[in-house]
Write a protein that binds this ligand. Sequence first.
Ligand SMILES: Nc1ncnc2c1ncn2[C@@H]1O[C@H](COP(=O)(O)OP(=O)(O)OP(=O)(O)O)[C@@H](O)[C@H]1O
Length: 487
Amino acid sequence: MASFPFLLQAQSGSHQVQLSYNGQHLEFDQPEQENKKQSGCLPCGPSTATGCSIRTVEILNITFESEHTLVVAACWEKHGPKKASELELFKFQVKDIEQAKQWQSNVLGHVYKDVKQGRHYKILVNPFGGQGHAQKIWQNTAEPLFKASGSTYDLTLTTHRYHAKEIAKELDIRKYDAVCSISGDGVLHEVINGFMERPDAILAHKLPLGAIPGGSGNALSFSLLGEDHGNHASNAVLAILKGRAMPVDLCSVTQGQTRTFSFVLQSFGLIADVDLGSEHLRWMGGARFTMAALGKVLAQTTAGCELAYLPVETDVQKIHAQYNAQRAQPVVWADQTHDEMDEDHKEITDVYGGIHASLKDSDGWVIEKDQYATVVGAKLPWISKGSVTHPAALPNDGLVDLLIFPGDMGRAAGLQALIASETGEHIHNEKVRYLKVKAFRVTPAASSGYISLDGEHTPYEPYQVEAHRGLISVLSVDGRYARSMRE
Ligand SMILES: Nc1ncnc2c1ncn2[C@@H]1O[C@H](COP(=O)(O)OP(=O)(O)OP(=O)(O)O)[C@@H](O)[C@H]1O
């Protein structure tokens, strides 16, 4: 077994270079001339060369273009850590082919030690998501990365509402390693609910999901990649190509005679109005949510309901401390949890019985009736760019984060909270309530208004939400959501 660093002597143009892989980075000098074309490397010498340092996670593939031409494909932070990563193909001439092949095998063996190389993906592109750029994102950014990594895929452009759900219901799950969407969260919501309608639902949910931002909100993508990268398709594709399956909770939502599964949010009041009542502002992209929310806060819109919840923690300081403690724990991957889970989950049963069950005192329900600006349960910290509404949300704590803005909040506190939600600090506003709950139920007082499940319209009728631990998985490099609360 070779030991680090793995070294290879090669030529780049007319210059002799050394490729050195130390287990964390691949480092090499780029001659000045090459640099003019490939401008991301950092100067390391007085005049002739600059040093490139590519992280392991950024290395997609190493191939031979011809017998003596080695190509390193990387999706890397060429323009700095806050900018979108970019695909680059570094080409080198090698003399000793056997040595180069050995080096290639050593490096790729390490780069892909935890992740299968050359996965096969089902990809769903919603041409009408967000501002309608999904197809361009596929052609210009995503497809070249999938190809460069040696992955294969089946692509479907969704042609109508529920198309993704129909596909998920019929998908030959054994053929694929993951299902990915270029869209907003609506397409993945459909995939999840399509899987749920299969007789082999538990098995289908073992297929990890991947999110490439192409919608308006892109909550999952922001939650995985954070504020700086949530809109960067290349970073999202990198997480799909190099990520592992992270277990993620799913909420069962019962309403009337239906049961729907939600992975983003369940909103009532202001946030539902903003989500569903701002379609006419779609041309604004993600800014449509901010504009609509501002209008609602200034108008002091409220909605009445009976709210019942099963509290686990109601003290924001403790929630904050638990968030930090959880982040200090080692990451757990789905291949470690899904088998355990199978024992408990032959069927997905709602422990608290759903919307038609009586609220048992012995379960510890807290019940209140009031006017609220908004009541929003969520499993993701971000709902869109600049909206970290549920900053303490964790992928697999088995709990729903419940955000409550009271009806008598007032314009000033409402505006403060809205501004602070850009960074998640609103939960420390004294008028805002933020709870960790096992389940909650909303019974609207009025007969009409908006309720949104993962951004999808749902009837204005009572609904109950309950979290199910680690039922699905999402491809992630870090195994956690981006940091959404300060340390
Ligand atoms: N070809 C299509 N024509 C019309 N609707 C479609 C089509 N393909 C998908 N849809 C529907 O579009 C809805 C919204 O999709 P998606 O979530 O991708 O975008 P978005 O709403 O802009 O983004 P976000 O959910 O992030 O706000 C989904 O409910 C989906 O069923």
